[in-house]
Design a protein. Structure first.
Length: 309
């Protein structure tokens, strides 16, 4: 019997190559849907489908497909981006693909959502998967609307809500921490002990692999994160460990750092970096998912890898 054929969208992004490698290693046959032609690993089929902002005829891409892994979408870009564009790409285009998947007889539809669909907080108490979602911006609302649209279809769907993902090629806040870790000076962040949930890109890819197994119940959303949260101080120590260096962290009081950030007009950025936001993958772990990467070891590998931050 032939292995399942999976249509993968968004394979050229930060997470995509890791997911393609994990699914390929698991023995799945893959077909990559591309906005425009790109190179793909040897032996993997590609099909050009066009831009999600416009209408797409998904029938050729879905022919013979058993599962869909939909990672393509409009990334979180902060305030100022037109909410209608988020809705078009993250909500409407997702549901158009899902409806086409129903018509094609697809067995499972895996949607890469976001923790922002559950909450817009970046500092506060732990997030519960059972809580009523309260997205805080257009991006989060567009992701949640797609999840709710999937729930109205006769389809085995799974939505994954990742926390902050880190790995080779990472950008934004984690790239900033990596740049700080590389500085040959002590850093004043030893007192930043608030726990924060991160997600190794290897664990993200493996979670998607797991959702395509019978062990993972469908028709629900899952938080995806490394099982144990980690503080900014410990993140920097792990990164510097990968660089073969001691932590070099000074215990400057967090309150003082926050005041300095406020004076510089960067308090929100500081809270996004240093605030406590814990979201554990309880449902996935209960279903039997065993993430392969341990957080501190994965951070050390990131720092030791090719310079990208």
């Amino acid at each position: 019997m032939a292995s399942p054929l999976i249509l993968v969208t968004g394979a050229s992004g930060f997470v995509g190559p890791h997911v393609v490698a994990a699914l390929n290693q698991a023995g799945h046959r893959l077909r990559l849907a591309q906005r425009r032609p790109h190179d793909a690993p040897d032996g993997i089929e590609t099909i050009v489908t066009g831009d999600l902002a416009g209408p797409i005829d998904w029938r050729p891409a879905l022919e013979g497909v058993d599962h869909v892994v939909h990672m393509a979408g409009l990334a979180h870009a902060g305030p100022g981006l037109d909410e209608a564009l988020y809705n078009r790409i993250n909500t409407e285009a997702t549901l158009e693909l899902a409806q086409a998947a129903v018509a094609a007889g697809v067995r499972r539809f895996v949607y890469l959502s976001s923790i922002k669909a559950l909450s817009g907080a970046f500092d506060g108490p732990p997030l519960s998967e059972a809580a009523e979602p309260v997205p805080g911006d257009a991006y989060g609302r567009s992701k949640l609307a797609a999840e709710r649209g999937l729930d109205r279809l006769a389809l085995d769907w799974v939505a994954l809500r990742p926390t902050l993902i880190y790995g080779s090629g990472v950008k934004a806040n984690m790239a900033a921490l990596l740049r700080l870790a590389r500085l040959p000076i002590p850093l004043p962040f030893g007192d930043l002990k608030a726990p924060r949930s991160l997600l190794a890109v290897e664990n993200m890819a493996d979670a998607i692999r797991f959702t395509l197994t019978p062990d993972c119940p469908a028709r629900q959303a899952y938080t995806v994160s490394d099982p144990e949260p980690i503080s900014v101080a410990d993140i920097l120590a792990a990164l510097r460990s990968g660089l073969g260096r001691s932590p070099g962290l000074l215990a400057v009081p967090e309150a003082l750092l926050r005041r300095l950030a406020r004076l510089a007009g960067r308090e929100e950025t500081f809270l996004k970096l240093a605030g406590s936001l814990v979201a554990r993958p309880e449902r996935l772990l209960k279903a039997g998912w065993q993430p392969p990467a341990e957080t501190k070891a994965a951070l050390a590998r990131l720092a030791a890898g090719p310079r990208a931050g």
